[in-house]
Write a protein that binds this ligand. Structure first.
Ligand code: UDP
Length: 141
């Protein structure tokens, strides 16, 4: 299986709940390595740019407002099948529909405040990683 990279964001609700470490432990236990990380309080332009693909969606403004409501923890995860493995750990977008034991089932409050973001394809992962990280700041190991 191919070693991949994916972009993960621990959203403001989960940072506020002080569960960064618990979420990192789930990544590590699943064989995903954190190869880059930064804590950031995004501004509106940064959040709008990141979610540009959702610009026409009715929830876009609320999503951006939420993403700039507090600091986020952004990381690059690396490992075999990282994109899908990370999505499995996250669970469904709506925490009410997320499988038991997933990050969203355990830490998310609602579809808006749903604890984590994860790239949904290898192609999008490359774009999202480049949005936040220079190649020299990613430490493959
Ligand atoms: N979102 C929302 N309302 C919706 C659908 C999505 O607030 O009805 C937000 C939610 O925070 C979600 C993000 O928009 O995580 C991106 O949506 P997507 O469908 O890409 O879900 P994800 O890939 O995050 O599971």
């Amino acid at each position: 299986m191919a070693v991949e990279r994916t972009l993960s964001i621990i959203k403001p609700d989960a940072v506020a709940k002080n569960v960064i470490g618990q979420i990192y432990t789930r990544f590590e236990n699943a064989g995903l390595k954190i190869v880059a990380a930064q804590m950031r309080h995004l501004n509106r332009a940064e959040a709008e740019g990141f979610y540009a693909v959702h610009k026409a969606r009715p929830f876009f403004k609320d999503l951006v407002d939420f993403m700039i409501s507090g600091p986020v923890m952004i990381q690059v995860l690396e490992g075999e099948n990282a994109v899908l493995k990370h999505r499995d750990l996250m669970g469904a977008t709506d925490p009410k529909k997320a499988d038991k034991g997933t990050i969203r089932a355990d830490f998310a409050d609602s579809i808006d405040a749903n604890a984590v973001h994860g790239s949904d394809s290898a192609e999008n992962a490359a774009t999202e990683i480049a949005y936040f990280f220079a190649t020299k700041n990613i430490h493959s190991r």
